[in-house]
Ligand binder design. Structure first.
Ligand code: ADP
Ligand code: MG
Length: 626
């Protein structure tokens, strides 16, 4: 292959521009990114060599070497991993395979823009080299091919890069950074060692650097021709809990998640029994930008006996826990396990069950903690991840009860943080159900006419305003033996909460009102299935209810927004016979206008839209002008 000059993909150019112009803090993370790429390349080789030992070319010891040349002002990160062919170098170092680049650019334009720490999260870590280098040269050769099939890739990190064939006897990759003016601090053994121990201690391969010694004649540190391992080189999760500091756990989290915030909680356990494995699992503090993508693979890496097998092994966690990050290292799975095999494996099933339980326990201990700051953590977790956790009610029946306890809602008593257990503990004498209302917003929910009688009687009602709540309710019927009951569904019956006197009065009022009801039914026959007198209203004239088993107006609207057909079923109108406007129906000659207005207003109050707002306005104006 002759020397070729190629252009970077447009997104890469944008990234490079940002990298070289606006990332100032945490510059040193470039080393973490390049060491992590070197380590990934070794993991890949180890994995491919399981089927083809020849790839080791007789040298199975995988390692990373970091060295520099003070005079040439170059810093090199060398690995003897899988290497790249010329095509791979062009594809992997010239284009971005992963989605999410747009989000990355948007993040950089935001407040955190100067923090280089973000870069690895988006699969563009290689380019962080350009923070400190004005030229990067990569020499690489794929494992298992001849020395002549090496490639040299080189770029100044602007619009273009060059590739050319080279001879490279050793497999693997050298990334050579030509440091910018002013970045000489990275030409120091001490500096590099300290960055490596800060960010890359857990890398399970040895990272080697040349020894440095004090020369008493020259009176300076001199670099020897002797290599030493500068990282701990033991995978963090394999160490005993007692030997790991909180700071080390946090740093490890940053490396695997690329999250710049510390995790909310973590758990580290060696599990023995039916299946033997180690788990180190973290709950992030904030939702990632792609949380809502259910197709996104999970955040748990799979190792088998310390050999890296795959990233994002989705079979290890249920979908609703896709935000969990961490590592699972199995002692039982075969090394050549594939994604397909994972789906069927009984060991994996046991791991998934065990890990799910661990994550739920972590959440429970935050939620139930007496410590205010832990409780606060749970509130923050719920805000970001609550909607995802609700998916679990449909997905994970075995843990439905535990999940129900973790739910938090708004209610007529508090704007957030109400658990079902809190609700039950506040239930009134004689109350048999947990009452709720669904609506598009908290404001609509709070001002619903259906709540009036509950307010009057001091009965708490849950206000469910999350888009997934309607769906959730189709999986959550009861809690601790108390059924969940919509205040806007079915005939109004507070059971024991209503006294006989009230019931009698209501029946009498209904009987008296019967002739008007009959006329109302006729006037509204195209809009309401039924019209009846209710005691659920105190201040409002009327409200819309749907029959038990019918779809709520709120859910019908959600479906419509999502472009789906909602089954057409008419709601029921309930009127407050004691209300002045309703009373007027008995005498007023504009009966039809009044009836339509009462219906339209009931619809508006529950957050619905009028099909014909202009006619509504005309009707109201006719009455106002009269
Ligand atoms: P990521 O590591 O998230 O994939 P990077 O920007 O860090 O993103 O690297 C891009 C790609 O370049 C890698 O996925 C890999 O295919 C290739 N690559 C980078 N460094 C090496 C290396 N040392 N050896 C082999 N391939 C590498
Ligand atoms: Mg990388």
């Amino acid at each position: 292959m002759n020397k070729q000059t190629l252009s970077f993909q447009a997104e890469v150019k944008q990234i490079l521009h940002l990298v070289t112009h606006s990332l100032y803090s945490n510059k040193e993370i470039f080393l973490r990114e390049l060491v992590s790429n070197a380590s990934d390349a070794c993991d890949k080789l180890r994995f491919e060599a399981l089927d083809n030992a020849a790839l080791f070319e007789g040298a199975p010891n995988l390692e990373v070497r970091v060295f520099f040349d003070k005079d040439a002002k170059t810093l090199t990160i060398r690995d003897n991993g899988i290497g790249m062919s010329a095509e791979e170098a062009v594809a992997h170092l010239g284009t971005i395979a992963k989605s999410g680049t747009k989000e990355f650019l948007a993040t950089l334009e935001g407040e955190k823009k100067k923090d280089a720490n973000l870069i690895g999260q988006f699969g563009v870590g290689f380019y962080s080299g350009f923070i400190v280098a004005d030229r990067i040269t990569v020499h690489s050769r794929r494992a298992g091919v001849s020395a002549e099939e090496g490639v040299s890739w080189s770029s100044e990190g602007a619009g273009e890069f060059e590739v050319e064939a080279i001879t490279k006897p050793e497999r693997g990759t050298d990334v050579i950074l030509h440091l910018r003016e002013g970045e000489e601090e990275f030409l120091s053994t001490w500096k590099l060692k300290s960055i490596i121990s800060k960010y890359s201690d857990h890398i399970s391969l040895p990272i080697l650097m040349k020894k440095e010694e004090w020369d008493s004649e020259k009176k300076e540190q001199v670099v020897k021709d002797e290599w030493e391992t500068v990282n701990k080189a033991s995978a963090l999760w394999t160490r005993a809990k007692g030997d790991i500091t909180d700071a080390q756990y946090q740093e490890f989290y940053k490396q695997i998640s690329y999250d710049s915030d510390p995790p909310l909680a973590y758990t580290h356990n060696r599990v023995e029994g039916r299946s033997e494995y180690t788990q180190l699992l973290y709950i992030p503090a904030k939702a990632p930008f792609d949380l809502w993508n259910r197709d996104k693979r999970g955040g748990v890496k799979l190792y088998v006996k310390r050999v890296f097998i795959m990233d994002d092994a989705e079979a290890l966690m249920p979908v609703y826990l896709r935000f969990v990050k961490g590592v699972i290292d199995s002692a039982d799975l075969p090394l050549n396990v594939s994604r397909e095999l994972l789906q069927e494996s009984r060991d994996v099933k046991a791991i998934r069950e065990g890990s799910t339980k661990r994550v739920l326990s972590m959440l429970e201990s935050l939620a139930d903690s007496d410590d205010a700051s832990e409780k606060q953590k749970y509130a923050a977790f719920w805000k970001d991840f609550g909607s995802v956790l609700k998916e679990g009610l449909g997905e994970d029946h075995a843990n439905a009860e535990r999940l129900a306890k973790l739910l938090r809602f708004a209610s007529t008593q508090a704007d957030d943080g109400v658990s079902l257990a809190d609700y039950v503990s506040r239930m009134k004498e004689g109350q048999e159900s947990i009452y709720y209302i669904t609506a598009d917003t908290l404001a609509t929910a709070k001002s619903s006419p259906q709540l009036e009688v509950f307010r009057k009687k001091g009965i708490e009602v849950l206000l469910l305003v999350d888009r997934v709540d309607e769906w959730m309710l189709s999986h959550l019927y009861e809690f601790e033996g108390k059924s969940l009951q919509s205040v806007a569904k079915g005939a109004f019956d507070l059971g024991k909460l209503q006294d006989e006197e009230e019931k009698k009065q209501a029946e009498e009022a209904a009987a008296e009102f019967k002739p008007v009801l009959e006329r109302l039914k006729i006037a509204l026959k195209d809009r309401a299935k039924d019209v009846r007198v209710t005691t659920r209203l105190v201040e409002s004239a009327a409200c819309i209810v749907v029959e038990e088993g019918d779809m709520s107006g709120h859910l019908a609207r959600l479906l419509k927004q999502a472009g789906q057909e909602a089954p057409k079923s008419l709601p029921t109108l309930e009127v407050n016979a004691a209300h002045a406007l309703v009373k007027r129906l008995e005498t007023d000659e504009r009966f039809d206008d009044l009836a339509q207005i009462i219906f339209d207003q009931a619809l508006l109050a529950e957050g619905g839209n009028l099909e014909d707002p202009a006619t509504y306005v005309q009707r109201v104006n006719r009455l106002l002008a009269a």
